[in-house]
Design a protein around this ligand. Structure first.
Ligand code: GLV
Ligand code: MN
Ligand code: MN
Length: 416
């Protein structure tokens, strides 16, 4: 291994290299929306890191970066793929996404240092817009890759400033005409294993550094628009108002109360936007986005229907109208049992844990066996600057990933 790689080849060392990229001095933590300067800097950083390791790197039509460790003279099929994402939620932690990417790079170093020469190709993937924090659709890159998202719909998606995904992608060197299902790339992949910071307290409570994922909770996003009458804050008597902000406040409480009636349900309003949004202006409309999750997709549907009906009633009480539309939907995913059992053999001490968070591994699961490895988060907090991974756990995670990949690469041969 070249000396420069040896020094950088810890997860902590790699994350340290990007520790200043996309820091959010207002919200705290990191804001790295897709195609922001921060996210494109991280993509450039990853490409440089992958190339330094001798990997063959290219960015596909959907903006997914692939870094290939090819077999000698081999073809790209039945690959063992790993990776994650580099974008973040607004004011997120430093591990959600980058931990999986850095661990993949370190795993390659560990495998090379062991003298392993894989007989199956290995690929590291970096997926764009996993969080959906800019264009609203989570796992945008993997949804496009797998044909789960209509390219026309994707091209028309708008960010909060009104820029379309097509325009922003084009400004970042991607030709939006060519986004969409890419079965050729999918056919090159045999399995996908995503390492991720755990976004709960499962491992902390079990006092274990790494776990194997069993399932991803079904989840979706809906946009609720409440329309009223925009007006003057000083001249409009309280009795004369059709204020959608008041309706929205009732609706938010209603969503919490409705979700509490469904066991295991989660419903969140994390984003709310009054239009036009002025201190002395009664809003004409309030848009709010609802994230709903439940293990059973039928229950999610029933809960969302109840939320929608309740919103109409509450909006009407304020002389307003409400309309609800789905933005994205991901059913509950149970990871491939065979691959999970193989990982259990390779990581015998690791418990098996479910997650309530969404991941590209969940989208890919409809097309190939996928699995996840979680790394302990002592705070149990995520999507917050308080997300944490201890240094020794980060390295334990990379080691677990390397062991998993080595085992999956199967007939990997010891050399040297
Ligand atoms: C992504 O982290 C999600 O679960 O929304
Ligand atoms: Mn996340
Ligand atoms: Mn993530």
């Amino acid at each position: 291994m070249p000396a420069d790689l040896a020094t950088a080849s810890t997860v902590t060392g790699l994350l340290q290299e990007i520790a200043d990229v996309g820091r959010d001095t207002t919200r705290g933590g990191y804001s790295r929306p897709v195609f922001s300067t921060a996210e494109t800097d991280l993509r450039a950083w990853f490409i440089e890191q992958a190339e330094r390791r001798g990997l063959d790197v290219h960015t596909d039509a959907n903006g997914i970066i692939w870094a290939w460790w090819d077999t000698v003279g081999g073809t790209r099929r039945d690959a063992v793929a790993t990776g994650s994402h580099l974008d973040s939620v607004p004011g997120g932690g430093g591990y959600d996404g980058p931990l999986g990417v850095a661990s993949a790079l370190v795993a390659v170093d560990l495998l090379k240092a062991r003298g392993l020469r894989p007989r199956r190709p290995l690929a590291i993937a970096v997926f764009p817009e996993e969080e959906g924090s800019r264009f609203g659709v989570a796992c945008l890159g993997s949804r496009l890759l797998t044909g789960k998202l209509d390219p026309d719909k994707a091209r028309r998606l708008k960010d909060p400033d009104g820029n379309t995904f097509a325009d922003v992608a084009a400004a970042n060197g991607q030709d939006p005409r060519f986004i969409g299902a890419d079965y050729k790339t999918l056919q090159q992949l045999g399995v996908f294993v995503e390492l991720h910071v755990e976004q709960g307290r499962g491992l902390a409570d079990l006092n274990q550094p790494v776990a194997i994922g069993s399932s991803i909770l079904g989840h979706g996003r809906w946009k609720l628009s409440i329309s009223g009458q925009g007006n003057h804050a000083g001249t409009t008597l309280m009795k004369d108002r059709n204020d959608p902000m008041v309706a929205a406040a009732k609706v938010v409480v209603g969503i919490r109360d409705t979700a509490r009636k469904y066991q295991d349900a989660r419903a969140t309003v994390g984003r709310l936007q009054p239009v036009p949004g002025g201190t002395n202006v009664i809003a004409s409309r309030v848009d709010l986005w609802i994230d709903v999750r439940h293990p059973e997709d039928a229950v999610t549907a029933a809960l969302v229907e109840a939320i929608g009906l309740n919103a109409q009633v509450l909006a009407a009480e304020e002389g307003c109208a409400a309309s609800l539309g789905v933005e994205s939907l991901s059913p509950t995913v149970h990871f491939d049992g065979g691959l999970r059992d193989r990982l259990r053999e390779l990581l015998p001490a690791a418990p098996v844990l479910a997650t309530g968070a969404g991941h590209d591994a969940g989208v890919l699961a409809a097309h190939l066996p996928t699995a996840m490895v979680f790394v302990r988060n002592p705070t149990g907090i995520s999507h917050s600057p308080d997300e944490l991974v201890e240094d020794r756990d980060a390295e334990a995670g990379a080691l677990a990933l390397a062991d998993s990949l080595a085992g999956l690469l199967g007939q990997a041969r010891q050399i040297g």
